[in-house]
Design a protein around this ligand. Structure first.
Ligand code: AMP
Ligand code: MG
Ligand code: MG
Length: 215
C-alpha cells in the first residue's frame, strides 16, 4: 500500500448513503419519509468496498401506503416496507453496525450524491417526528460538489453549469450502472464505485469538503 495515500487522506472509511423516500408524481408530500436506508462502506487505505453493508427498509407512518409511482421509481414493494423497522430503530441499528464494525473510533465521513439525503430528507423527517439524530449523521460530503471537472461526461455542453448526477459521473468515469437506478442499495453501491474510482485516480476526500446540516 502506498504510504503517501495513507498520510494524505483525512478519512479511513467513506460511508456511502442513499435514502429512498415516499413520493408521488408532481406532489409535495407534507412529510416525505425514508423507506430505504442503506450504507455501503469503502475502506480508503485498502481501496476496497467492503462486503458487509447496512441495509434496512423503513415502515412509513404518515403515508404507510406506497404510491404506484414510488414503487415504480424505487422498485420498493409495499410488503418490504410493511415488514420494515421504524426510522428510530434504524438509527439505533446503524450505531450498533458502526460499533460492531469498529467504524466508531476510526475516522469516517458520510458521502451522498446531492444534499437531499442528509441535508434535507433526514433533517425534515426528524424535526417532524421529533427524532434525535446521531451527531455523526450531521455532516457529509456531497460527491457531486467535489467530483473533478476533468471527469465530467463529454455530452455536457459548454456553459452547462449544473453539477453532474450519478449517471453522469458513472459515464464520465466509464463505469456501468449496476442494478436498478433509484433502488437505495444499488444507488449506494454505484456511488461507492464512483468514490473508489476517484481514490484509485489519486483523489483525496478532505475534511474541508464536508457540509454541515444545521439542526
Ligand atoms: P434517488 O436517490 O435519486 O433515487 O431519489 C431519492 C428519492 O427522491 C426517491 O426515493 C424519491 O422519493 C425522490 N425522487 C427521486 N426522483 C424523483 C422523481 N423523478 N419524482 C419524484 N420523486 C423523486
Ligand atoms: Mg439519492
Ligand atoms: Mg437513490
Amino acid at each position: 500500500m502506498d504510504q503517501k495515500n495513507q498520510i494524505n487522506n483525512d478519512f479511513d472509511y467513506l460511508l456511502i448513503l442513499d435514502f429512498e423516500a415516499t413520493c408521488e408524481k408532481n406532489v409535495k408530500l407534507e412529510c416525505q419519509e425514508i423507506i430505504e436506508f442503506p450504507v455501503v462502506v469503502l475502506d480508503v487505505k485498502n481501496q476496497q468496498i467492503l462486503d458487509v453493508f447496512f441495509h434496512h427498509y423503513i415502515k412509513p407512518s404518515v403515508n404507510p401506503k406506497l404510491t404506484a409511482f414510488c414503487t415504480e421509481l424505487t422498485g420498493i414493494k409495499q410488503e418490504q416496507v410493511d415488514n420494515g423497522i421504524s426510522l428510530q430503530e434504524a438509527l439505533a441499528q446503524l450505531t450498533l453496525f458502526l460499533e460492531q464494525n469498529k467504524l466508531i473510533g476510526s475516522s469516517f465521513t458520510f458521502i451522498t450524491c446531492g444534499d437531499f439525503d442528509l441535508g434535507n430528507c433526514l433533517r425534515r423527517e426528524a424535526l417532524y417526528k421529533k427524532i434525535e439524530i446521531p451527531q455523526y449523521l450531521k455532516n457529509y460530503i456531497n460527491i457531486k460538489k467535489v467530483f473533478p471537472k476533468q471527469y465530467y461526461p463529454k455530452q455536457k455542453k459548454e456553459g452547462d453549469n449544473r453539477l453532474p448526477d450519478m449517471v453522469g459521473m458513472l459515464q464520465g468515469l466509464n463505469l456501468k450502472l449496476d442494478g436498478h437506478h433509484h433502488s437505495g442499495i444499488d444507488d449506494s453501491k454505484n456511488i461507492a464505485k464512483i468514490a473508489l474510482t476517484l481514490l484509485q485516480k489519486g483523489f483525496k476526500f478532505n475534511k474541508n469538503m464536508r457540509a454541515f446540516s444545521n439542526y
